[in-house]
Design a protein around this ligand. Structure first.
Ligand SMILES: [Zn+2]
Length: 146
């Protein structure tokens, strides 16, 4: 496919094909502050103050769905005659800025920062990027979360 060239007025972006940014976005693994199975506290919305476990993270929309939080009901029409319609309750994804992680080590609600752990002993990995791993760290007790 021939690249479409951007028509943006932004001078920095002018020399990059319009589709390239989208490709870069998908190739790069986004560093999310919240991951699956994290315990989080809800800061806003109808379930404000509650605590739940993260079921799924959506890096594209910066969202995450939490078990039992922000429940919506989806009504399904009956597919066949004689069948009953269904109501499915599911946790709707909420913005990550409305969630705060609870540190598994000190049990406090904190923000996370990143540390890079160098693994010099690992000879199987040849690139620096594989050797150095990025971990999340609790800002309150400075313990590495994972
Ligand atoms: Zn902590």
């Amino acid at each position: 496919m021939r690249p479409r060239w951007g028509v943006s007025n932004n001078k920095k972006r002018k020399c990059v094909p319009a589709g390239a940014y989208q490709i870069i976005k998908y190739l790069r693994i986004k560093n999310m502050k919240i991951k699956r199975n994290d315990k989080v506290k809800i800061l806003a919305g109808k379930d404000k103050g509650k605590i739940g476990k993260v079921l799924q993270v959506f890096p594209d929309g910066n969202k995450a769905s939490v078990e039992g939080i922000n429940l919506l009901i989806k009504h399904l029409r009956p597919q066949k005659q004689g069948e009953k319609g269904q109501r499915i309750e599911f946790p709707a994804p909420m913005n990550i800025s409305n969630l705060m992680i609870i540190c598994p080590k000190c049990n406090k609600e904190t923000r996370v920062e990143y540390t890079i752990v160098k693994n010099e002993d690992d000879t199987s990995a040849d690139s620096v990027r594989v050797k150095n791993k990025k971990f999340r760290k609790c800002k309150k007790c400075q313990e590495v979360i994972d």
